[in-house]
Design a protein around this ligand. Structure first.
Ligand SMILES: C[S@@+](CC[C@H](N)C(=O)[O-])C[C@H]1O[C@@H](n2cnc3c(N)ncnc32)[C@H](O)[C@@H]1O
Length: 362
């Protein structure tokens, strides 16, 4: 068992002693025997351990009765993707510093340290406000769903594009680069991630989250936190598991197939919706959407040739520079040869598109 799992026999004995992984039986000679269920549990323990969790934390996680083996695999997958994104963000930050050094520019000590602990939004966050702003028709749907809530917590708030102006809003946002870009007079913002909200139970009438859940380490834990601190939960998110929209959307279908790999295996939006007992409604994207999220320019293909538009959308950083360049070159060629118009001519007659955006209300 120790050999197969790549750990020492001592480690297995220790896990047994502290009750973390107890073999179901022993042979008459006293050797521990591990059942299929024990092996599954050991695999979860080792995976969480490799992600840096402490043994006590792991015990709490895997003994949570609301989380089955499939939910653990999804959670582990999310944590690993997060780790991969963080490594990608560090590479991007280091490339930026190398380019600066090659031009004779010395980065400050603060910049160097920031790059060392880089998270995705710490690297791309400064490009965010260039094209990310309130889309009034989508905002109206979210604000409507908030009902008569007077106090609202906005989780993963970013620069606050979707904060309702007529309510008492508190924002929560992890990276400083996003918090410091909030406009003067914006709602107060605490440094906190969704998975660990520093508020008492039922502190708010409603908690909202806009286009952020797919970035969380643990979406289900984050949604449950929202449920804990607020009476009502309103979430605007993407149905990542729905292959339909990726095939319908020419950008992901014809130019950026890598997006499928980024979202592969993500739980369908039903799972987070179920975890908070939410109802789900599709949200259509207007052709002239004011907010520059990935799908926003579905009828304005030239927009994706603009570096500013791309830099404010994390997907372009996540697929890496080679895929980005190939996609942009392909799109540019197809726009000038008329091939894009030939393939997507039917879009010109549409005012809205259904591209997997969902509103969850609980
Ligand atoms: C696409 S932006 C959306 C920002 C804002 N809600 C909006 O619509 O403009 C995603 C945001 O999620 C934040 N985020 C990333 N991980 C998070 C986490 N674990 N908890 C809360 N927010 C997180 C990012 O820092 C970023 O500001």
């Amino acid at each position: 068992m120790a050999q197969l799992a790549g750990v020492s026999v001592r480690t297995l004995h220790h896990y047994d002693e502290i009750g973390l992984v107890r073999p179901s039986a022993r042979t008459t000679a006293g050797y521990r025997t591990y059942s299929a269920g024990d092996v599954e549990r050991l695999r979860e323990v080792l995976a969480y351990r490799r992600l840096g969790f402490g043994l006590r934390e792991i015990a709490d996680l895997i003994d949570d009765p609301g989380t089955d083996a499939v939910a653990h695999l999804h959670r582990l997958r999310g944590l690993l993707l997060e780790q991969r994104d963080r490594a990608g963000a560090m590479v991007t930050a280091i490339d930026t510093e190398l380019r600066a050094r090659a031009m004779g520019i010395r980065t400050t000590s603060e910049d160097q340290l920031r790059a060392f602990g880089a998270q995705l939004y710490e690297v791309i966050g400064s490009a965010y406000p260039a094209t990310r702003r309130t889309e009034p028709r989508i905002a109206a749907r979210v604000w409507d769903a908030l009902g008569d809530a007077r106090t609202v917590l906005n989780v993963g708030a970013g620069t606050g594009s979707y904060e309702p102006p007529d309510r008492d809003v508190t924002a929560a946002e992890p990276p400083a680069v996003m918090r410091t870009q909030r406009p003067v007079g914006a709602a107060p913002c605490v440094a906190a991630g969704a998975e660990n909200l520093p508020f008492e139970n039922r502190s708010f009438d409603a908690a909202m989250a806009f286009s952020t859940v797919h970035h969380w380490h643990d979406p289900i834990a984050g949604l449950r936190e929202m449920r804990r601190v607020a009476r009502r939960v309103v979430v605007l998110t993407h149905d990542a598991s729905d292959n339909g929209w990726r095939h319908r959307f020419w950008l992901t279908r014809d130019y950026l197939p890598e997006v499928a790999g980024l979202v592969a295996g993500r739980p369908s939006v039903d799972q987070p919706a179920r975890s908070i007992g939410a109802r789900m409604e599709p949200v259509l994207i207007p052709w002239d959407c004011a907010d520059g999220f990935l799908e926003a320019c579905w009828r304005r293909p030239e927009a994706y040739l603009d570096e500013h538009v791309r830099r404010a959308v994390s997907v372009w950083t996540r697929v890496g520079p080679e895929a980005e360049q190939r996609a942009v070159n392909g799109l540019r060629d197809d726009l000038s040869s008329g091939r894009w118009a030939e393939r997507n001519g039917d879009l010109v007659d549409l005012d809205t598109a259904e591209l997997g955006l969902r509103l969850l209300v609980a």
